[in-house]
Write a protein that binds this ligand. Sequence first.
Ligand code: GDP
Ligand code: MN
Length: 382
Amino acid sequence: MDLFEYQGKQYFARFGIPISKGGVADTVDQAVAQAEESGYPVVIKAQVKVGGRGKAGGVKLADNVDEARMHAGNILGLDIKGHVVKRLWVEHASDIAKEYYASFTLDRSAKKHLGMLSAEGGVEIEEVAVTNPDAIALIHIDPVDGLSLEVAQEWVARANLDEEAREQAAELLVKLYACYTEGDCDLAEINPLILTPEGKVHALDAKVTLDANAEYRHPEWDEFAGSDVEDEREAMAKERGLNYIGLSGSVGIIANGAGLAMSTLDVVNQCGGSAANFLDIGGGANADVMAAALEVINSDPAVKSIFVNIFGGITRVDEVAKGVLEALSRVDITSPIVLRLDGTNAVAGREILASHLSDRLVAEPTMLDAARKAVALAGGQS
Ligand code: GDP
Ligand code: MN
């Protein structure tokens, strides 16, 4: 779950990371009131979950009430890369001597946390990574060891942060690491992390992604829910109690069991296609569940073919077959369906379907054949 900047900053503040004084505003009048509260000069910032707001005109400085009114009016309603601004964050503006970059994320291949720190912040870090990779100091942190102040001190020196910023930056990084680990983030990023002319180090921006798997131990995250614009397909699936994750490909996937669903994604990739989703209909899935699954996948305009891959264990293939027919009678399915049905009651299931097969409803004997067929029907290799 991605947080808005203002939520990310509030999350940072819980871990003692210094941020500027500010508040949110949903109207121009609220923005002006908040500007008074924060103290001029202020910076008025679009709250959208996309980067590059500054370049898009979504971050403006205001020295007085007239400027605050004008900028707030211009930014509210602004479309930034398809995200319409409905909320502003108004904070006391900082003077900037230096802009740095700092983040923590997980390096899955190293099985460790990865810290990135650069004296060249403010700009997009992807750009720095290409033009001047040596300017990013990386650190791998074993989750068992954590990040000590000593290691953080060595790290800020290695990253060539200005001498006067190092002590505060090291302390801030230890807090950011605590936020990232104890706070169950997938990503905690500050860009820019600034040094002010007065020699203070603090966070001017916040990009936080929370690990949804840890939601159960963070009742305080409830306040973040609802503000997140969910994938429409995922919202629809959630309503129907389905285990669905939206992806960007063109082959809709229905499988029973998470393992088989993942293998199905793999085999679709292997055949040169790409999956539109992950969907595990679980063990013991009946006709209703199958119909609901087909409905959700059918709602996705990117889907060009649907691959139903069922290995009946507890799930009975004849039930699945009935579910497919039931769904076909309920919903106008726009994509051809490829079925691979095997396991418990497979023969009975195939019999139920036999008279319904067509070029819109195809049965294949193996998972690989079915994947090839589904990829071909989706328009071939992607
Ligand atoms: P982003 O463009 O979405 O990453 O938004 P940021 O919050 O990073 O703001 C973009 C840029 O606006 C920063 O890199 C700063 O250069 C500038 N900016 C943001 N806040 C302030 C501030 O308080 N004072 C000054 N002088 N510039 C700011
Ligand atoms: Mn930024």
